[in-house]
Write a protein that binds this ligand. Structure first.
Ligand code: ADP
Ligand code: MG
Length: 504
């Protein structure tokens, strides 16, 4: 795990921890608040109060049945105390039964169990469930004791209500006792969940960050290599995310660096060759005039009568003068190459270059034909709308001129007279203004495409090999590129691409 990865993990961990820690805190607070509202003293007191009230109600009911039983006892005692005892007893009991609605039966019996009298209420068809109890009394009058059993009913619902209220109060007080520990349990469960979440987030973070950091590390490694001068590195761009964009940008940057380094290297090489050409021209040029003069003098001052020898002298003078002329031409080309200025760029229309070439085609054909114009057709075409680039028209014309001359030289001897064709055209692609020069000559073998632009590479007996070198230098100084391949007619095709001006 590297530092970057550790930082990412730390950030993930911290944010998860803060977010979830905060939510634990809030959840705990919320839970406590809920309990505080729901489980408070007053609420509890009310509940207990309710239970007490129900119990009181039941007690009152009970004591009224006791009182009824007492009243019945007294009435029976009073009745028995009369002279004509027990005669009116059933009547009295009926009366009492009518007075107390909750009494269902009154039974008076002797101590040994023999029934004296008994009254009872016929069972009502009321479906309300009742609880029946018996209140037993004893009445003693003049040494005679009777038992009085009073059956009373209390509606079941009173007991149920009391029980329910008791249960609610019970549950409530349990809740109250547990409230602190219950909320703690929730917080604990929540805490464990949070912990698991942190672990999961951590694992996911580790996996994701590893994927990202591995590629970032690869980028860093590649950048180090580029820094150390290795411009051959490229990184795979298979995935589709921001890192891929970065990698793509990195690859583009390395390619641009590579291009500009090749460019700079080529221009440096050209400048070294220019130095060399300057010295060469200088060394050769100086002796040419003395050589020519000496040959002239030898020829002109011969006074002997040997005609054969005179003839030889004249031949030698002719050869020397011809070769000196060739050398002068070469020296001229060398020093022109040596003095080649840097391209001075300004916005202009690339079509102008093609028009200028069109104008100088007759002169070129004249030159290359050696007296009569070379029998080659040169076709020039250019786009109707201007092709705006930054260029040095003179230098660029010179470059295209070199290409047209090479093309004419290539087709002139190789193609039957009158069938030689050279095409020069200017056009525009997405980001480039293009000049293309191609012909229907023999073309250049593919293995020589690189070398063709080297200075002094030539296949011609009187060639200097400087033409294409000049072309490449000029195009590179325009920030452009020159490509060589085979055209549709089978001959060589040169493509000069210059960056378009945005406004153009
Ligand atoms: N249009 C062409 N068709 C065939 N070969 C060509 C053409 N242009 C250039 N070449 C080849 O490239 C070589 C280099 O050309 P250049 O640099 O102009 O030098 P030079 O013309 O003095 O030979 C030529 O000698 C020739 O072999
Ligand atoms: Mg040439």
């Amino acid at each position: 795990m590297n530092r970057f990865e550790r930082k990412i993990l730390f950030a993930i961990g911290l944010s998860v921890f803060l977010a979830l820690g905060g939510s634990i805190f809030l959840a705990r607070g919320a839970l406590r608040e809920v309990y505080r509202v729901g489980v408070n003293e007053r609420f509890g007191a009310e509940l207990v109060h309710g239970v007490e009230a129900r119990r009181g109600q039941l007690m009152a009911l009970r004591s009224s049945t006791e009182q009824a039983a007492d009243a019945i006892q007294w009435a029976v005692e009073a009745e028995l105390a009369r002279k004509r005892a027990a005669e009116r007893l059933p009547e009295l009991l009926e009366e009492l039964l009518a007075r107390y609605p909750f009494v269902t039966e009154i039974r008076v019996s002797e101590l040994d169990g023999t029934l004296v009298t008994r009254v009872s209420r016929p069972p009502t068809d009321d479906s309300e469930p009742m609880r029946e109890t018996s209140r037993d009394r004893a009445a003693t009058v003049a040494a005679r004791t009777v038992r009085i059993a009073v059956r009373v009913v209390v509606p079941e619902v009173y007991f149920e209500r009391l029980q329910q209220a008791g249960e609610v109060a019970d549950v409530y007080s349990r809740l109250q006792r547990q409230s602190a520990s219950v909320s703690d349990v929730y917080v604990w469960v929540f805490g464990v969940l949070v912990f698991l979440l942190i672990v999961v987030a951590f694992l996911i973070g580790a996996i994701v960050s590893r994927r990202v950091t591995r590629r970032v590390t690869a980028l860093a490694e590649a950048s180090r290599k580029v820094g150390a001068g290795d411009l051959t590195v490229t990184l795979p761009t298979s995935a589709t995310d921001e890192i891929t964009e970065l990698t793509q940008a990195f690859n583009d940057m390395v390619r641009d660096l590579r291009d500009s380094r090749t460019r700079i290297e080529y221009l440096q090489r050209i400048s070294a060759w220019q130095d060399f050409a300057r010295r060469l021209a200088h060394e050769i040029k100086n002796p040419l005039t003395p050589i020519q003069l000496a040959a002239q003098e030898l020829d002109e001052t011969y006074e002997g009568g040997d005609d054969g020898y005179r003839q030889k002298l004249e031949n030698a003078r002719g050869i020397i003068e011809e070769e000196v002329a060739t050398l002068r031409r070469l020296v001229g080309e060398f020093s022109a190459f040596a003095k080649l200025p840097r391209a001075d760029l300004a916005p202009a229309d690339l079509g102008e270059v093609v028009h200028a070439i069109e104008a100088s085609v007759p002169a070129i054909l004249e030159d290359e034909g050696g007296g009569t114009p070379a029998p080659v057709e040169v076709h020039t075409t250019t786009a109707t709308e201007p092709i705006r680039v930054r260029m040095d028209p003179m230098m660029l014309k010179r470059a295209v001129d070199n290409l047209v001359r090479n093309a004419v030289q290539a087709v002139h001897p190789a193609v039957p007279a009158g069938r030689g064709r050279v095409f020069v055209r200017a056009y525009k692609t997405g980001a480039a203004g293009v000049i293309e020069v191609r012909d229907n000559g023999p073309g250049i073998a593919e293995e020589s495409w690189e070398r063709a632009f080297d200075p002094y590479y030539t296949t011609k007996t009187e060639g200097t090999g400087l033409g294409l070198a000049i072309v490449k230098k000029v195009v590179l100084e325009h920030g452009g590129e020159v490509r060589l391949d085979r055209g549709p007619e089978g001959g060589a095709r040169f493509t000069l691409e210059l960056p378009l001006l945005e406004s153009g």
